[in-house]
Design a protein around this ligand. Structure first.
Ligand SMILES: *[C@@H]1O[C@H](CO)[C@@H](O)[C@H](O)[C@H]1NC(C)=O
Length: 331
């Protein structure tokens, strides 16, 4: 759902800059911590939007910004011997979706490194229009992202937060090989001897979450019907805390055999989602968690994605929703 409709947000931005408040703050970037020696600003080479980057509306698909950031930051000059390509995007937080360059359009990633150590970098990043003299820069997307180097696998027990809150929907999926990435854990000494581990990338996790939200609402047919009969669109406006766990096995409810908890291509994974509704359904926070197997045991990824209902005619936020839709989120 939300996915396909980012184009709408773009339109909103170019023709109606006086938009209501939820949008006004969309391009702000989280404040940086106090200056440190590791601070570093950087702008990527100009990139172009290809068909593979877009959704049905010809704008960047919501999960693909993560890929843009990870690719761009792999080119940052680094002193260490281990190249930047070994750094894995492990979280995308405070991500604001303001719009998108169109298919064929160009963009750059601007980043400010807020923290850096051998195994971890934190960046404040923006996907913007390329710098053109005398033209204001347009910020399409912004986030705080973390790059990490895989460490030797460790098992950590965590308490499950999902039980008390109630799960609205649960979907099982197959994690296919092309949806998984691999990482060679690196303890700083014996990189070659370590075996690669599979993990779910931020992008794949966000695709699974997108699929779960859309399926919950009734799939593409229902989204089309919402648009045609109710004049409603849902768009993704933010992603507050997407984390993937690739060197830490977070286990809920008791540690069992570590081997069984390794992710492999073809494994079944489960997406659990809890919805909280604000402004009578105009804003829906979707808290997603991705597990290996069929229940809370090994946590692979999580994210809170916020979607917003827009009036199809005015492209403005609306809370004039059919009751069945509000009931669906709150039941
Ligand atoms: C959309 O906006 C139009 C024009 O203001 C209004 O007539 C209609 O009721 C609105 N629909 C929704 C679902 O907000």
């Amino acid at each position: 759902m939300p996915m396909m409709m980012l184009g709408v947000l773009l339109i909103v931005f170019s023709v109606a800059p006086q938009l209501a408040s939820p949008f006004a703050q969309v391009s702000s970037i989280p404040a940086a911590p106090a200056a440190s020696k590791t601070r570093h600003t950087w702008t990527s080479p100009t990139k172009q939007i290809f068909i593979e980057d877009t959704d049905a509306y010809g704008v960047i698909y919501n999960a693909n910004y993560a890929r843009c950031y990870e690719r761009a930051l792999s080119h940052v000059p680094r002193e260490e011997e281990l190249g930047g390509d070994e750094m894995i995007l492990s979280s995308v937080e405070a991500q604001k979706y303001s719009g998108s360059p169109p298919l064929g359009g160009q963009y750059v990633i601007r980043g400010e490194r807020l923290e850096a150590s051998t195994n971890k970098e934190v960046w404040s990043v923006e996907l913007t229009s390329p710098p053109v003299k005398d033209t204001p820069t347009m910020v399409h997307n912004s986030a705080q992202v973390t790059l990490s180097r895989g460490q030797p696998l460790k098992v950590v027990e965590v308490t499950s937060p999902t039980q008390a809150e109630g799960v609205h929907c649960q979907y099982k999926l197959i994690a296919y090989k092309d949806e998984l990435d691999t990482c060679i854990p690196c303890d700083g000494v014996s990189q070659q001897e370590e075996k690669a581990e599979y993990y779910v990338s931020v992008r794949s996790a966000m695709c699974y979450f997108e699929r779960a939200r859309s399926t919950f609402l009734g799939g593409p047919d229902m989204l089309r019907k919402l648009q045609e009969e109710e004049n409603l669109l849902y768009v993704v406006t933010s992603n507050s805390d997407c984390h993937v766990y690739f060197d830490t096995i977070l286990v809920e409810g008791g540690i069992e055999g570590e081997l069984e908890m390794k992710l492999r291509p073809g494994d079944e994974v489960t997406v659990q989602t809890m919805f909280s509704v604000r402004r009578r359904g105009m804003i829906v926070d979707c808290r997603h968690r991705l597990y290996l197997g069929d229940g809370p045991r090994r946590l692979l990824a999580k994210a809170t994605i916020t979607i917003m209902a827009l009036n199809g005619t005015t492209r403005r936020p609306t809370s004039k929703l059919p009751q069945w839709l509000v009931d669906k989120f709150t039941a």
